[in-house]
Design a protein around this ligand. Structure first.
Ligand SMILES: Cc1cc2nc3c(=O)[nH]c(=O)nc-3n(C[C@H](O)[C@H](O)[C@H](O)COP(=O)(O)OP(=O)(O)OC[C@H]3O[C@@H](n4cnc5c(N)ncnc54)[C@H](O)[C@@H]3O)c2cc1C
Length: 565
């Protein structure tokens, strides 16, 4: 094995949103930084994400007229996670969040737009906001990356049209209604023309949105500053002595590189989502079989930290941030996962039932809360998988999972096994092995709620979040409609983590702590490698990327102040 040695100020492991932010800030602050990435692309799970950041009091929203502040967000978090939980980290997060975003937008190509209305997920808790806390990356034209475009991990195929065209939320209405107005038609035609032109030169469309725009913007900014990035270069182990962490060993093809890091090492390897031991130790039983995290995130940063005495922080029963997913079959025959985040569950005319044919949740709650209800009900009645049930009218108007609204050939999804379909509820129940009388009784009761507009069982449509994702044109309740027009459809959904919330214990500057609560000099963790400041709760859109980038910034800023070893 060939040995090589290098020396830098700061070594960052993992080129997801957290690691790229840490490396970018460290470089802007004048540090000699090296970013090592295990795979041959940047982006990690961040590349496939929606890219939303929850930053209370951010200036982008303020400039758009939305008033919010850290005190209100703190009140909300106190109600949600407890007054004292991670107090020091929470104060740091809320205090520095807007400044971190301003720093990045002022000095790099990372840019954000305010989402405007985008309700917090538990808006019955004091301090929750309806608007102004969430920001999203400005779409990015990846043509400026040139040959480096292939270094940006692609979104999941389920999030792209025609095998490579990204669309964002604002694109959906004009695309779905492309034959309904001239403006829509022109909009859709332009998107398509751009995509066709892209495909002549690139493997996919270059108009990047959401999380893909975020990671591409971070990567472009790193390239602009000529920050060195080693690809196919996983962090293998940390080097340390009595003064703390002094560097790391990086495994690259055919040679081991020993990096001495004068100011420290930042672990940003995306957490342990694909590490079976950690899953068994931390996650609910039976351990969920699906994860939407990047497959390479096997907890190497967490294990490296643990090996030199770092503590893990874990709040009981709160190990992941969850979404219900349906299982797709991709063009190449491989299986994929589609997360049911905001498009279908809250719309009128859909219910979720378990194996007993009973509803167990307000279907319009956040994806995280939906899965928590699956776990809870599963303890008494098998509720994994659960089934989303709708009728033909719903499917045509709102779509279901990967079946987009107005799809001309829903039969193909039945033939592929994605959904099951039947002309009667008796037959549908039979196909799902559910008691037909129970399913029919559930649907009859629900259809009664559709007429009165009041869901007496679970309150669907009663919160701002429910209504925000419902159909405002539908009366009397934007989230409840009858299920009555055959054929009927059922789609199985399973719990999957979109992020893990337990990880290395760290302080407000992202310094990793040992088991007695003392920081390990020279060792930082951020993103999913760091235990979540939200303690496993999901306050609103952007709960993981917001803290990932804020604590990455704080890690780099702290490392700058350290005396070089
Ligand atoms: C469908 C979906 C939508 C989501 N939407 C949102 C959203 O809108 N807002 C939000 O806040 N969160 C969202 N998330 C969650 C969010 O994407 C993740 O929490 C976030 O990407 C974590 O960032 P990270 O930098 O810690 O890890 P990652 O983005 O996973 O990056 C980790 C990187 O580390 C690399 N790596 C792994 N091991 C090593 C090693 N040993 N050495 C070097 N490199 C290594 C990996 O290859 C990878 O590139 C979503 C997730 C999914 C799946």
């Amino acid at each position: 094995m060939v040995q090589e040695a290098r020396e830098v100020d700061l070594l960052v492991a993992g080129a997801g949103p957290a690691g790229m932010t840490a490396a970018l800030v460290a470089s802007l602050e004048g540090l000699d930084v090296l970013l090592c990435e295990k795979s041959d692309q940047v982006g990690g799970t961040g590349a496939t994400s929606a890219g939303t950041l929850w930053i209370p009091g951010n200036s982008q929203s303020k400039a758009a007229g939305y008033n919010d502040n850290a005190e209100e967000a703190d009140r909300y978090l106190s109600g949600l996670v407890g007054e004292a939980t991670y107090r020091e980290l929470r104060d740091a997060y809320l205090k520095s969040g807007p400044a971190v975003i301003d720093y990045l937008t002022g000095r790099t190509d990372v840019r954000f737009l305010p989402c405007g209305p985008h309700p917090d997920y538990r808006n019955n808790i004091a301090g929750a906001a309806f608007a102004g806390r969430a920001i999203v990356p400005v779409p990015f034209d990846a043509r400026v990356l040139g040959d480096d475009f292939h270094r940006v991990r692609a979104p999941i195929p389920e999030f792209m049209l025609f095998g490579g065209m990204m669309v964002g939320k604002p694109d959906l209405a004009p695309l779905i209604g492309r034959f309904q107005s001239l403006n829509n038609f022109i909009y859709a035609a332009r998107l398509f023309a751009r995509f066709v032109a892209d495909r002549l030169r690139h493997p996919r469309g270059t108009r990047l949105m959401m999380g893909n725009a975020l990671v591409a913007r971070l990567f472009y900014s790193l390239r602009q500053r000529r920050v060195p990035i080693l690809f196919n270069a996983p962090l293998v182990e940390l080097l340390h002595n009595s003064d703390g962490v002094t560097g790391a060993r990086i495994g690259t093809d055919g040679k081991d590189v020993t990096i001495s890091a004068r100011k420290g090492v930042v672990l940003a390897t995306g957490g342990y989502a694909h590490n079976e031991n950690f899953r068994r130790a931390f996650m609910p039983q039976p351990v969920p079989q699906y994860s939407m995290s990047f497959a390479g995130n096997v907890g190497e940063g967490v294990v490296a930290g643990e090996r030199i005495g770092a503590a893990l922080a874990h709040k009981d029963g709160a190990s992941g941030l969850w979404a219900p997913v349906s299982v797709t079959t991709r063009r190449d025959g491989n299986k994929g996962l589609f997360p049911h985040l905001v498009l279908d569950r809250a719309k009128p005319g859909l219910i979720a039932v378990n194996s007993a044919g009973q509803r167990f949740v307000n279907e319009a709650v956040s994806y995280h809360d939906f899965v928590l209800a699956m776990f809870e009900r599963n303890e008494t009645t098998p509720s994994i998988p659960a089934y989303l049930i709708c009728d033909a009218g719903f499917l045509d108007k709102y779509g279901l999972g990967i079946i987009y609204p107005g799809h001309r050939n829903p039969r193909k999804f039945v033939d592929s096994g994605y959904v099951v379909s039947a002309d009667t509820l008796d037959a549908l129940a039979g196909m799902l092995d559910i008691d037909a009388a129970a399913l029919k009784a559930t649907i009859a009761r629900h259809n009664g709620f559709a007429r009165t507009g009041t869901d007496l069982d679970f309150g669907k449509g009663e919160t701002d979040l429910n209504r925000f994702n419902g159909d405002p044109q539908h009366k009397p309740n934007p989230c409840i409609g009858p299920i009555e027009t055959p054929p009927f459809y059922a789609l199985a959904v399973w719990p999957a983590d979109i992020a893990v919330s337990s990880g290395l214990a760290a302080d407000a500057d992202a310094r990793v702590l040992d088991k007695s609560g003392r920081h390990i000099p020279g060792l930082y963790a951020c993103g999913n490698d760091m235990a979540s400041v939200m303690a496993g709760s999901y306050p609103g859109p952007g709960t993981t990327l917001g803290p990932a980038m804020v604590f990455a910034y704080r890690a780099a800023m702290h490392a700058k102040t350290r005396a070089a070893l």
